[in-house]
Design a protein around this ligand. Structure first.
Ligand code: ZN
Length: 138
């Protein structure tokens, strides 16, 4: 069995943002040489997410509005977590959007359903953060 590990780095210039990382994960898969197996992609930070959905800007706006409705950034005093920090909302948003995705690898390709793309979701940006890619199989 082959085993492959790589960290992808991101620095989103704004507090929140979504980045399509599908191409980078496909590059990892090529590099791994795995043809049949599983590909795990997870955020390594508790205020960022990795999720699968459509690459459609209207939907991304809808996510932003929906998440702000559930866990608004301000007022910062709304969250007990915000003693020395101001990112209480980001922890909650990350929990809703998820930590990781697992994609089947079939015949050397990510075995997606229609329109599926992998995204990095940032909820407390303006600093460098990592995503882990782990691929196992043959
Ligand atoms: Zn925090």
């Amino acid at each position: 069995m082959k085993s492959y590990r790589k960290e992808l780095w991101f620095e989103i210039p704004t507090r929140r943002g979504f980045v399509n990382i599908t191409r980078q994960v496909e590059d990892c898969l090529r590099e791994s040489g795995v043809k049949e197996g599983l590909c795990l992609v997870n955020a390594m930070h508790i205020t960022a997410s990795v999720f699968i959905n459509d690459d459609e800007s209207g939907l991304h706006h809808d996510f932003e509005v929906w998440l702000e409705g559930l866990a608004p950034e301000k007022p910062y005093s709304r969250y007990r977590h915000n003693g020395g920090e101001d990112n209480g909302d980001a922890h909650l948003k990350r929990t809703i959007m998820g930590r990781e995705v697992v994609v089947a690898v079939t015949a050397g390709k990510l075995d997606f359903g229609p329109w599926e793309q992998i995204f990095y979701g940032e909820f407390d940006g303006k600093r460098r953060k990592r995503v882990l890619v782990k691929i196992i199989g043959d």
